[in-house]
Ligand binder design. Structure first.
Ligand code: ME8
Length: 687
């Protein structure tokens, strides 16, 4: 039988800066969904990529003194770039599209032409605001206090010839799609779209520009480049080979697919994208799911606000799987969530170190201690064979609910077995329902209920007490451990899409072979062969010391921030002229340091006793202790302005000021006293 095809995409990211934890969230979620579908035995195509055109990239490249292509190459393919991040995060994409790839460029030109030829793209005039010095067009909403958002200068009304897409023509069909199908989820986003964009009336969309050149040229009208959305959105089909010869998957039944996107671009994916496809006469996507944002201190992360969280730091510190798990377990996928390091550590400690980690380490340790790591051959058996035979048989056949009508006397230990087995056997269906509803956080919630049930089972069955009399209780103890291993195996399978590497390790420790890792076997009990070797390995998820980790994270974030700062920053030169007479009023002299000491109770001040050539010592206080130790300055020849009015600091009088040179280095102020040739006598005047 032909496998079911499942095509899923992330948005394509703007490589204008390094990606942050918000982008990672979106990509990890899509990856977990892709892996889930693969686990079910479907044939999966998972696409991600980068959206590399537009004025912002053109501007940033100019600032960096490189071509736009060189600029995006560095962010996409360079060290610590997009590709590196996805490799680190174990993202299993099958394809990666860059909108600068030749085949995509060719497809977009053909798509644009087809839409033009069928009358859906026409030439008109784009009205906006223009900043002359920046040579940039802006829309009203992009302006900052009515001025150019880049340079802050005034803008003028301006017009530019542009092509438009007849979006208005599709308003009725789009409304129908949104209101009468389950194309867009979560449902709350449908109301937003209809109320904010469809009800007020859809306007035609500007799809070409002439005021910048970093874009796909409109081949039949030189001077125009394709503007944003026809270029970016088409990636979902050009990556399958639509209108190009690079791939041939579009005709092979891969389209339509599922587009996972963040909430701010739902508008483009649920209105413009279907309308483009309608214009092309192509099938619409199966689904658009609009996830929420990860917020920091209640606000959206953005590079320009300087409040982004670096996934590299977190993955290095806590492990890739722990980070992936945290992102999926903590935040309901359709809503916004507040990121914090505390929450991350708490989730790792509670769910992974405590619940899952303990279950695995206690079970494998007991299997080692009591049975030398190999459960006896009859470990799957129980006192109530009849019951379990029935239970297993029904589960294996996969038919209907397990009959739990059999009663157990109060306190009968087999009752606990049944509860655990039932919870584990019911898990896959519950998990599946949540994953199908794009609720990975709830799917994980279901898995953790079973993990908690298994830990409770350890307390209820008290294996350490059974072990006191192995002759009498050995078979029961083996059976208890077998049940724990089976429950762990089933949970491990369902956690694989979220923590692929760690689950490999879990299976290696608990002895689950290939047949015990499949989707089918997640709904069956009694899969693990009792003789299988169980090994207590490394601790899968070590507990994290919250205070220490927070301190280290803050230090790492600070260091990263510093590393991103420019090496040297200089004060801008003053433009206001100073007349010569005013300048001559300042009396600069060469002075020699006779003595220097730190002022008591002051962290900053040094007290200088200076020879200024007059024969009387001069005292100057200077707040430079941060840069100099007093003993290093004795004997040095410096410069001072000597006709400033005396000033009192910490009860001491300062008569003048020493001259120093200052700049900013990696965000910190650096200061150097101006030292001159020791051969110059004290009192010599600067002129
Ligand atoms: O929008 N929390 O690119 P992009 C959650 N190129 N998701 C976040 C986030 C956060 N804090 N910050 C960003 C673009 N994202 C276009 C897409 S698709 C044809 C073109 C998500 O790099 C954001 O919601 O600005 C979006 O889904 C994705 O990252 C890419 O954002």
């Amino acid at each position: 039988m032909e496998k079911k095809k499942f095509y899923i995409t992330t948005p394509i990211y703007y490589p204008s800066d390094k990606l942050h934890i918000g982008h990672t969230y979106c990509t990890v979620a899509t990856d977990a969904l892709a892996r889930y579908h693969r686990l079910r035995g479907e044939e999966v195509m998972f696409l991600t990529g980068t959206d590399e055109h537009g004025q912002k990239i053109e501007d940033k490249a100019r600032e960096a003194g490189v071509t736009p292509k060189e600029f995006v190459d560095r962010i996409v393919e360079g060290p610590g770039g997009v590709l590196d991040l996805w490799k680190l995060m174990n993202i299993s994409n099958d394809r990666f599209i860059r909108t600068t790839d030749d085949y995509h460029v060719q497809s977009v030109q053909r798509i644009f032409k087809r839409m033009h030829d069928n009358g859906d793209i026409y030439k008109g005039t784009y009205k906006g605001k223009y900043c002359k010095p920046c040579e940039s067009f802006w829309t009203e909403s992009q302006l900052k206090d009515g001025c150019c958002p880049d340079c802050g200068r005034e803008v003028q009304d301006a017009e530019e010839e542009a092509y438009f897409f007849r979006l208005s023509k599709y308003a009725g069909r789009i409304r129908d799609l949104l209101e009468n199908t389950d194309f867009l989820e979560p449902r709350s986003r449908v109301n937003e779209m209809v109320k904010n964009f469809i009800d007020p009336g859809l306007e035609d969309l500007c799809v070409s520009r002439t005021s910048f050149s970093w874009g796909i040229p409109v081949d039949f009208d030189p001077g125009h480049v394709v503007y944003v959305w026809v270029d970016a959105l088409s990636n979902y089909i050009t990556a399958l080979g639509y209108e190009n010869d690079r791939y041939h998957d579009y005709e092979q039944g891969w389209w339509p697919g599922v587009n996972i996107v963040g909430k701010e671009i739902v508008r483009f994916h649920s209105i413009i994208w279907p309308a483009i496809l309608m214009s092309l006469g192509e099938p619409l996507p199966k689904k658009c799911f609009g996830h929420g944002w990860l917020l920091l201190d209640g606000g959206k992360m953005s590079k320009s606000k300087g409040n982004v969280v670096d996934p590299y730091i977190l993955a290095e510190k806590f492990g890739v799987d722990a980070l992936r798990f945290f992102l999926m377990r903590t935040f309901p996928f359709g809503s916004d969530g507040n990121f914090s390091n505390e929450l991350l550590i708490q989730t790792i400690n509670t769910d992974l170190a405590n619940d899952l980690g303990n279950l695995v380490s206690r079970t494998t340790a007991m299997a080692g201690k009591y049975f030398g790591g190999q459960l006896p051959g009859d470990a799957g058996a129980t006192e109530d064979e009849q019951y379990l035979d029935q239970l297993y048989a029904q589960a294996r056949e996969g038919g209907g609910a397990v009959n739990l009508a059999l009663g157990f006397p109060e306190g009968d230990p087999v009752k606990y077995d049944v509860e655990l087995i039932r919870a584990a056997l019911e898990l896959r269906d519950k998990y599946e329902a949540q994953m199908e509803a794009f609720a990975p956080h709830n799917a994980l919630g279901e898995v953790f209920k079973v993990i908690q049930r298994a830990n409770k089972y350890i307390d209820e069955t008290a294996p350490w007490a059974l072990a006191k009399d192995m002759e009498q209780n050995g078979p029961r103890l083996a059976h208890v451990l077998y049940n724990l291993l089976e429950a762990t195996r089933i949970c491990g399978i369902l956690l694989t899409p979220f923590m692929p590497e760690s689950m490999e390790k879990l299976f290696a420790q608990t002895g689950a072979g290939a047949e015990g890792r499949t989707w089918d076997s997640a709904a069956r009990w009694g899969v693990l062969r009792p003789g299988t070797a169980v090994t207590k390995g490394e601790n899968l998820f070590p507990r994290i010391d919250m205070d220490q980790a927070i301190q280290e994270l803050e230090a790492a974030a600070e260091a990263a921030k510093k590393a991103a700062l420019p090496d040297i920053e200089l004060e801008p030169q003053l433009e206001t002229p100073v007349d010569f007479d005013t300048f001559c009023k300042s009396d600069f002299r060469v002075v020699k340091v006779k003595a220097c000491e730190a002022v008591k109770k002051s962290a900053k001040l040094l007290r200088f006793t200076l020879d200024d050539g007059t024969g009387t010592d001069r005292q100057i206080l200077s707040g430079i202790h941060q840069w100099y130790e007093p003993e290093d300055l004795v004997g040095k020849t410096l410069l001072a302005i000597v006709n400033l009015p005396p000033r009192k600091m910490m009860g001491l009088e300062s008569c003048g000021m020493l001259l120093s040179a200052v700049h900013t280095e990696k965000g910190e102020e650096a200061l150097h006293l101006v030292m001159v040739d020791d051969a110059i006598p004290a009192g010599a005047k600067l002129c």
